[in-house]
Structure formats: C-alpha cells, structure tokens
Design a protein around this ligand. Structure first.
Ligand code: ATP
Length: 199
C-alpha cells in the first residue's frame, strides 16, 4: 500500500483537504496528533521525560507541561537533542503503525504533516501533495481561525519552508485559493489518479 504525504504551510488547508479525502474513504494520519499522543499520560515516553527532567515537568493532572518543556529545550540545546533522540523513533514507529490499519481496502493512505519536507518524515511517503495558497490567504485564514495577531502568524510562516521551495518538491498541488466545491473537485481527481496508480 502506498503512503502519500500531504503538506502545506500553516493555515494552508491541510486538515480541510485531508477531511475531503476522508469523505472518499481514504485513511489519513495527522503527524501533529501522533506527536501529542506519544506523550499522553501513561505512555513510556512521558515516564522517561519525567525521570529525566523531574516531576516538575508534569502538570497537576499528570499531563506534560509543554510550555515548560519548550522553555527548557529552547535554552539548552543538549536537552533538545536528548528529547528529539527519545521522541523521534517513537513518533516514527507510531506513525507507521497508524498508517497501516487492519481491514483497509484502498491502495493508498495519507500522512498529513506540516513538517513533512523539513523532517525525515518524507522518507515514509511515495508522493508529496502540497496544499497551496498565497501567503496573504494563509495569514488571513490562520488569523480568523486562531485569533492570533498578524506578527505572530508572520513569524511562524517565516520559520517554515518558503512557498516556492515547497512547490518545487510537490508531485501534486491542490490549489486551495478556491471555493471549497472547487477544492473538492481537485481532491476527487487526485483520488481517481491515485486509485489507478496504486490500485
Ligand atoms: P494548520 O497548519 O495550522 O494546522 P491547516 O493547513 O490544517 O492548518 P486548515 O485548518 O484546514 O489548515 O484551514 C485553515 C482555515 O482556513 C480553517 O479555518 C479552514 O476552515 C479555512 N479554509 C480552508 N480552506 C478554505 C477554503 N478553500 N475556503 C475558505 N476557507 C478555507
């Protein structure tokens, strides 16, 4: 079975497009969700983190204090390296597990990830689909959705791969600067293409 990567900048419409594939019966896994799941209370990774950084890294309810962890790894590169060494293989293994559900009959699944091209996650996929919108649209949709201020969203966009570079790495592009019905049509066409290519 083929794994196809779906990526795009913040607010480009990855989740929106993934749900459209989902409506056609395509299984998809969100890499951000998996990164959160592997450190939920009760997981081996969270136990290791609490042993390493001390119980202060947990909140009263036993969940990870992400803000505190972010501060530590921002200030101490060697701690960042330790954390990445722990989480990287765990996330990868869980991604691979979730990408292969039992009783699945279609010939492809989707890995949805904002960092597909920036990390070695691209090694898990056979093709790359980029969800593309102009930066102004990214900005306005993200601000409307998250109630973030403009400077904050601009900083995130600046830290991500530039639009042109991302498009160069695309095998397929979904133009999401369109009304949703037109985006659905593009998704339908890609679905047909993948069903033939991998069927
Ligand atoms: P993130 O990287 O931040 O998780 P994302 O790439 O998954 O974002 P979405 O959450 O799917 O992006 O879309 C961003 C916002 O834009 C959402 O509020 C969504 O409803 C809206 N949106 C997406 N596509 C369209 C469209 N074609 N027309 C109008 N609004 C859209």
């Amino acid at each position: 079975m083929a794994v196809i990567g779906l990526t795009g900048g913040i607010g480009s419409g990855k989740s929106t497009v993934a749900r459209m594939f989902g409506a056609l019966g395509v299984h998809w896994v969100d890499a951000d969700d998996v990164a959160r799941q592997v450190v939920e209370p009760g997981t081996p990774a969270l136990t290791r983190i609490a042993e390493h950084f001390g119980a202060d890294i947990l909140q009263a309810d036993g969940s990870l204090d992400r803000a505190r962890l972010r501060t530590i790894v921002f200030e101490q590169p060697e701690e960042r390296a330790w954390l990445e060494g722990l989480l990287h293989p765990v996330i990868r293994e869980e991604l691979i597990r979730q990408l292969h559900p039992a009783d699945y009959s279609l010939p492809y699944v989707l890995l949805v990830s904002p960092l597909l091209l920036e990390t070695d996650q691209h090694q898990l996929v056979e093709k790359v689909v980029v969800v593309d919108v102009p930066v102004e649209v990214q900005l306005s949709r993200t601000m409307a959705r998250d109630d973030n201020d403009k400077a904050q969203v601009e900083r995130i966009i600046a830290a991500q791969m530039p639009r042109e570079k991302r498009l160069q790495k695309a095998d397929e592009v979904v133009d999401n600067n369109e009304v949703l019905s037109n985006v659905e049509r593009q998704v339908g066409e890609l679905h047909k293409k993948f069903m033939v290519a991998f069927g």
